[in-house]
Ligand binder design. Structure first.
Ligand SMILES: Cc1cc2nc3c(=O)[nH]c(=O)nc-3n(C[C@H](O)[C@H](O)[C@H](O)COP(=O)(O)OP(=O)(O)OC[C@H]3O[C@@H](n4cnc5c(N)ncnc54)[C@H](O)[C@@H]3O)c2cc1C
Length: 423
């Protein structure tokens, strides 16, 4: 049995857990991050702050800060209400700065507004910061400039013709062409992640540019599904622009999302550079208890071997149902590690509405943990349960990231505040 002793343990390695780890190691805190990686592949790579208020009618926020100012009145339990707008901004800026420093640049910093970005199914989405590789797409979508979208035989996650038919009325200058991705002859089905990896090879990039060049006819923009490289997407996009003489951008596609993986891997890479950081990957915390000393003892399931972590403080960033941070049982929803009380804002026990796309959202998506202003979980009477336990990210109650478009923002900002509170 291996036993580790640490100042801070973070459970969960999605955006919330990785951001918390970044803020902690930047302050020199001895930090152990435990995560099994499940569900994290759903991160889209877009950094939403706040896009909409859900309800009987939808309010869209071009200015997310105006939305955040209006939150206390409309959604008093929302996690953003524990933060000043300046703290949310600072948290986001620190993560974006760290990512850019590690070669994964994000765009949109010059404006404090949401942008509209075209998505694979041919809709648009309001978001706050986008990978630089997607930024020309914001301009192209706004101006509806002549644009060629290239997709690939065998790639199931993205269809250019579907996109074109969804947008035909509003964007007549959008054309599509389907080509064979270099070096994939005889492969009936292609995975975006594999294609992204193969584009790290100069030979493959050269062949791709060679196949696309004859298709460009007066287009101002050239768009690909988001798979332009796994580790050097900025450089690959710039190189294609140079070779092809048009502005190139990526369109977000269905998960598993390459830009989401880039984001998580880049954050992980940054953390590995800190000597006060240790990562226990591919492991789950299966049991947790507090000793009389107030330290937590966490038992990790390590495929048979049990490893124990003793920690002065814990940040819980285990996410929702997909990653099994929350578990649904008949009649109740449970928090899986500490068995913390889960609030369920559903009316009359209704968890899901009949229509999947109901604009009011599904009550189950607002279920989660109630916290105090420093992000410590509360019991049903509103008392802090443990003075050294914090919860961050999508496990928090009252934040329907799907309808409100606030997933990454809540994850990063709550992590920032919890680490500040720890210190
Ligand atoms: C399909 C999809 C699309 C999305 N699109 C966007 C978007 O466009 N923009 C946006 O801002 N947000 C988006 N989100 C939401 C966003 O991904 C999350 O809100 C954000 O990643 C915060 O997540 P988190 O870190 O709190 O949880 P997660 O990303 O769920 O991470 C929690 C991690 O903890 C792990 N874990 C759970 N229990 C344990 C345990 N006991 N021990 C160890 N590890 C454990 C899980 O396996 C998981 O890896 C999307 C989510 C999904 C599912």
């Amino acid at each position: 049995m291996i036993t580790l002793q640490t100042d801070l343990t973070i459970i969960g390695s999605g955006i919330a857990g990785l951001s918390a780890a970044l803020f902690a190691v930047q302050k020199g805190l001895g930090t152990v991050l435990i995560g099994d990686g499940g569900a994290s592949e759903f991160a889209s790579g877009l950094l939403d702050v706040l896009g909409a208020f859900s309800g009987e009618s939808i309010t869209q926020w071009d200015d997310p800060w105006a939305g955040i100012a209006a939150l206390p009145q409309r959604f008093p339990g929302h996690p953003y209400n524990c933060l000043q707008a300046g703290e949310i901004e600072q948290a986001l800026a620190e993560v974006v700065r760290a990512l850019s420093g590690a070669g994964l640049a994000y765009a949109g910093d010059h404006q404090k507004k949401n942008v509209r970005i075209m998505t694979g199914p041919g809709r648009y989405k309001l978001t706050y910061r986008v990978p630089e590789t997607m930024w020309p797409g914001v301009e192209a979508f706004e101006d509806k400039s002549p644009c060629l979208v290239v997709d690939f035989h065998g790639l199931k996650d993205f269809s250019g013709p579907w996109l074109r038919s969804s947008l035909a009325e509003v964007w007549p200058g959008l054309r599509t062409e389907r080509i064979r991705f270099p070096e994939t002859q005889g492969k009936p089905e292609l995975l975006a992640v594999r294609l992204a990896q193969s584009l790290e090879s100069e030979q493959v990039r050269e062949k791709l540019a060679g196949a696309v060049a004859p298709l460009i006819r007066g287009d101002k923009f050239l768009a690909f599904p988001a798979l332009l490289g796994m580790y050097s997407s900025g450089r690959i996009r710039a190189e294609l622009e140079e070779r092809l003489g048009v502005s190139v951008f990526e369109i977000p596609i269905m998960p598993p999302s390459v830009p989401g993986l880039r984001l998580l891997e880049t954050l992980g890479g940054i953390l590995n550079g800190y000597s006060c950081f240790r990562r226990e990957s591919g492991k789950r915390v299966c049991r947790a208890r507090q000793e009389a000393s107030k330290e937590f003892v966490l038992n990790l399931d390590d495929g048979g071997r049990i490893c124990k972590v003793i920690s002065r403080r814990v940040i819980l960033a285990t996410g929702r149902f997909l990653g099994r941070g929350l578990q649904a049982e008949p009649g109740c929803i449970r928090e899986a590690v500490f068995d913390l009380p889960v609030v369920h804002p559903g009316e009359d026990g209704v968890w899901h509405r009949e229509d999947l796309f109901d604009q009011r959202g599904h009550p189950a998506n607002r279920a989660g943990l109630e916290v105090d202003p420093t992000f410590r979980p509360l019991d049903r009477q509103g008392n802090v349960l443990y003075e050294n336990l914090y919860a961050v990210g999508s496990i928090l109650a009252h934040s329907d990231w799907m309808r409100m478009k606030c997933g990454a923002g809540v994850a990063i900002a709550s992590a920032f505040k919890a680490v500040g509170s720890c210190l």
